[in-house]
Design a protein around this ligand. Structure first.
Ligand code: PEP
Length: 262
């Protein structure tokens, strides 16, 4: 029913940012919202490097229940403040259907993470929230299962879904997950939805963020989403994959040098 590739618009009317075939969308921000100062600093780094959407987690789905789980509603408020201060729309993860309403009150785009890609109740709830959705690929999901997860959202009337390839679990331990770069053109051949790449969560290492971002552009991804932190060594979540401000600016320059990144 959708012969042309779709563009999803994120943010308040008049300041909307496109994600789709006519642009390359650069999203950045802290993995987790920790403090107002850390979040604002990361947002300013993102803005300074040319990012147009701010990411940040207030609800963190951690492998260990003893790891930092995020600040919850307070984190949403801090992220929204940083978004207002920098003029960037914000995307943040929701991990529980009961939180969809409050997350939608504070965020411009709702993220469903890899661990919840097949949480069908959550997918249906975000499908009814009236905000665009960033749907990450489950780390053990096939492309078909990922596209069907998107259908759960669409079935509730929300076609504003952006897919995000963030690596899958393979036998290779050199990176945290294996970025399935072929998923980008495969999805684009099958679906009208925009597809972006998260090199930070795929690799788990910041030295791979630039090469994987270049790979994303080379295969025709519609954008990237990248972690940045003012002091990665003290980060409460995923510090080893977070770029510093100067590194993020270098990434932006490397990305801009590629012809397809308009
Ligand atoms: C994230 O983007 O904060 C995150 C936890 O990503 P993923 O669900 O891909 O692990």
């Amino acid at each position: 029913h959708h012969p042309d590739r779709s563009t999803v618009w994120v943010g308040a009317a008049g300041r909307q940012v496109p994600i789709g075939p006519d642009s390359f969308t650069f999203m950045a921000g802290p993995c987790a919202v920790e403090t107002p100062e850390q979040t604002l600093a990361a947002a300013q780094m993102a803005k300074g490097a040319g990012a147009t959407i701010l990411r940040g987690g207030a609800y963190k789905p951690r492998t260990s229940p003893y790891a930092f789980q995020g600040l919850g509603v307070r984190g949403l408020e801090i992220l929204a403040d940083a978004g207002r201060a920098t003029g960037l729309p914000v995307v943040t993860e929701v991990v529980d259907a009961r939180d969809v309403e409050v997350v939608a009150e504070h965020a411009d785009m709702l993220q469903v993470g890899t661990r919840n890609m097949a949480n069908f109740g959550l997918l249906q709830a975000v499908g009814e929230a009236g905000k665009p959705v960033l749907l990450k690929r489950g780390m053990t999901a096939t492309i078909e299962e990922w596209l069907m997860a998107a259908e759960y959202i669409a079935q509730r009337g929300n076609l504003d879904v952006v897919l995000c390839e963030r690596g899958i679990r393979t036998f290779e331990p050199a990176t945290r997950n294996t970025l399935d770069i072929s998923a980008v053109p495969v999805v684009q051949a099958t679906s009208h939805l925009p597809v972006i790449v998260d090199p930070s969560h795929a690799a788990g290492r910041k030295d791979l963020v630039v090469p994987l971002s270049r790979a994303a552009i080379a295969v025709g991804a519609d954008g990237i989403i990248v972690d940045v932190h003012p002091d990665p060594e003290t980060a409460l979540c995923d510090g080893p994959q977070a770029l510093l401000g100067a590194e993020l600016r270098e990434l932006a320059q490397a990305v801009r040098r590629l012809p397809s990144a308009v």
